[in-house]
Design a protein around this ligand. Sequence first.
Ligand SMILES: [Zn+2]
Length: 420
Amino acid sequence: MKLAKYSMGIGDRFGRQGPAQLRAVMKAAAEGLPIDPVWNKSHREHTIIGTVPADVQREAQQAVAACRWEGAFYVDADHIGLANVDLFIESSNFFTLDVAEVIGQEPDEGDLRAFVHKHADLAGARPLPGVDQPMDITADQVGTAARKYLRAVQEAGRIYRHIEAAKGTGTFVVEVSMDECQDPQTPSELLVILAAISDEGIPAQTIAPKFTGRFNKGVDYVGQVCQFARQFEQDLAVIAFATERFPLPGELKLSVHSGSDKFSLYGPIREALGRFDAGLHLKTAGTTWLEELIGLATAGGEALDLAKDIYGQALQRFDELAEPYASVIDIDPSALPSPQAVGQWDSQTFADTLRHDPSCPQYNAHFRQLLHIAYKIAAEIGSRYLAALAAHEQIIARNVSENLYARHIRPLFMAGPALG
Ligand SMILES: [Zn+2]
């Protein structure tokens, strides 16, 4: 089971926008850009919203049937570990093995010595095709990186073999993720990690490192774009080198998490992918629900009131909602409008404040991030929220498709932005 060169993590909180998202992928395919759709939902998200992995599989299957999609599609057990992987075995064919928590745990001294001995030749300076500066690692740095990451990769091996025993070899896609941790991984650390992944026999097709800068949920990248671009292309060069050097899947590619709305990075990413002839996996699912809110606001009347009500409740429960997302949001409470002010807004004002159009003076990234993490409130509202989605299906579906195609797929993989 091989993932296409380009793939995107899609999916949504309430499982209603599968066809609308798939239509964006189909539009790209019709224009000659094949992308594999991957429905992803993390254990955290399932827990907050009260869904189970089989719901995601059902949504994907229904969307594929409704749209008569004949290409491949995947269901991603996103950010799983040994503690919860069993819940996902049956309904997933893509597994994101999250071992960030194990980073920094001391490996067995014998394992560490064996690794360093086996990979002693990683030390030294070597030019990497496509990057200006040679990669220069000392033997000490190989040892330090192995001490930091070897245990984590061994844990990924354990999770992988657990899934393999249950599902069978070659029947699922494997991603190794290390993005939800403290420090970004340097390209030389990535090389050591890939050597360890190969030693563990994990057929990883995607790897999600933590990149430099902040990847906040649903808003643009915060950091130095040129620094990110340099790291990103060095990572691509390391992957090209590692897949030649070690028995790793030749299609191994980078996976970018919290990838939605990183508009300032899409140009540099697209350019680097072209130069290295490299593939990419980009996870975006979380912002689909914001397009639902924009659609409801635009519909006006009771639907607009519902969107305002969700915001009012989110503001009251700020701390509770922010807690599980603390490392991936930056919300300045003083920049949030009062519920009284929002109560006066018309459809256009609500939609313009929420929609991520950086050129629109009304756009408010703080308002957007708060609503991004407020889906729990819509889940509690339950049937009234779902009924509103059904009543305004067309306007919402248009937003969802347009957002994915024009703001994400096009600038990332095809050409300049096609906003409008
Ligand atoms: Zn992630």
